[in-house]
Design a protein around this ligand. Sequence first.
Ligand SMILES: [Zn+2]
Length: 455
Amino acid sequence: MLGSLHAVRAGRPRVILLAVAAALTAAGIAGVLLLAGSRPPGEARAALRAGGGDRWPAERGFETPARLPDLGPAWAPPLEAAGRPIARRLEVGRGDTLMAMLVGAGIPRAEAHEAIQRLRGRFDPRDLRPGQALLVELAPRAEGGVRLASLALDVDFARRLRLERTADGFAVRDMVLPVVRRPRLVTGVVEDSLYVAGRARGVPDRVLMELVRLLSWDVDFQRDLQPGDRFEILWEELERTDGGARRVGEVLYGRLQVAGREIAFYRFERADGRVRYYGPDGRSLRKALLRTPVDGARISSRFGKRRHPILGYTRMHKGVDFAAPRGTPVYAAGDGVVTYAGRKGGYGIYARIRHNGRYATTYAHMSRLARGIRRGVRVRQGQVIGYVGSTGRSTGPHLHFEVLVDGRQVNPLRIRQPSSERLAGRELERFRRTVAAIDALRARLARTDLLASRE
Ligand SMILES: [Zn+2]
């Protein structure tokens, strides 16, 4: 997938954006990480170690191999009766269910069912993912076979569920795992591509992809980015203190100097708990496209199959038609660069605007273009780019408007619009304090960096 991030075109390497958003969503960390002190080792664990010395094998997938989970007091009595437990690590394979895994480990079906019932509410067994690991302890029974003594499952980097046998069934504990957060700051200069430059400075792939995704409304990575452009990125690295497992945390700040502009953003948690990224002025990085790029227009034809009014046969209508009087101004649906402006066959007088690496919009049948609208010109959302007309294959004055995502027409009325938002009032006040804190952190890290490089 990263291959798609880094493409070479026309002799000059460029960064392109493909399926990045999807990948990032998949990699996202859920939940809030809390700092928590190490728990004192439980007596039961000490006993188990001394007795058997069993350690969880340090394999891929389970992130704290170095220490046994806290076993707790309720766990000991049934085991004493049954003998020393056997620790097993079960890795989730494709198509595995919790039930099948437990039964496969030798646990009687009724007991496995009971255990799963106890976990429900804290964990949906359908959320089990390939590669995840279960740590189970199986207690041999006097009459042969095993029973489930405990089960541990990391549901998040910093959260573990632990199911333990009690005198009359199972109890579930939700454990917050101890995590430290370390800020990392990297600055660099783009030579070949942002991806190459970032990697050379040790920025993890996930952070680079996040940077590209966050900036993709403002920067057309395929066209704008040039050698010599500068970037800065601040993110958190998380480390679990109970075994050294590490993970990339949140991106806190990013800055890119590109095509003579500078774009910066800060991470901010809003009062409603949602996390968004905003420019220094409190404007959301995410920008909406105007759904109706003409004033006072009515929709005269929607996206979809229809009988073509002139050609007479049924075909796909790949845009939306807005009927409006001739001469009504047509607005750019979003910020971007004009990539076509002029006559284009049946479309008549036509313009196309590229908004970022993914989104473009087109405007057809105009009577004329607005002054200064030509190929290569940068336009702002709401700027007049032309006027409604009936040029090309058209039955009357209207604007034919198309939205393209990754080069394909989509229904402009149905696309999921990122909200265009600006912080105000108390939220803006709070945001400014966040900005000050992040800027102070950047300054401190930059100083440390400088000192380190002098040594
Ligand atoms: Zn149309």
